[in-house]
Design a protein. Structure first.
Length: 147
């Protein structure tokens, strides 16, 4: 297993304290994937780098989290999920009060037409599995305003 711990505990605590400082909205990444291992790995990569995240195993669960958690500032979703896929989630987001929410797709086996449709839905980026952890961290930090 690759160790993604780039920050010391003190650095991570300082970042978390700054993120949660009064007057600053906490920005959380929502990770949506029906594969438990992938969801947990993505969450671990973000968390060890000081990025708060919540996870959902389905489109329905993700939409519920968006309803109750106003700190969500970014969605990272897989495309190939059952019973509804990532494109259904992105469409639901774009047709809701969260229409401007940045969305990143993480997929291992997307078809070209799915990628094109996702781009028409204004996703921020399309990352192929296996994920480059540094690319993901930089992208998420940028989209959440950490950089």
């Amino acid at each position: 297993m690759i160790d993604y711990d780039l920050l010391s505990d003190a650095e991570r605590e300082a970042i978390n304290a700054a993120i949660q400082a009064p007057g600053l909205p906490l920005q959380t990444a929502l990770i949506v994937d029906d594969d438990d291992a992938t969801r947990e790995l993505l969450a671990e990569i973000l968390q060890v780098n000081g990025i708060a995240c919540v996870t959902a195993g389905s489109v329905a669960e993700a939409l519920c989290l968006l309803e109750i958690d106003s700190s969500i500032g970014l969605v990272i979703t897989d495309l190939q999920m059952q019973p509804l896929g990532g494109l259904a989630l992105i469409r639901a987001i774009r047709n809701s009060e969260w229409a401007d929410l940045p969305v990143v797709i993480v997929s291992g086996d997307a078809e070209v037409r799915d990628a094109i449709e996702a781009m028409h839905l204004n996703v921020v980026d399309f990352l192929l599995k296996p994920i480059d952890a540094y690319e993901l961290i930089n992208l998420v930090q940028f989209e959440l305003g950490f950089k």
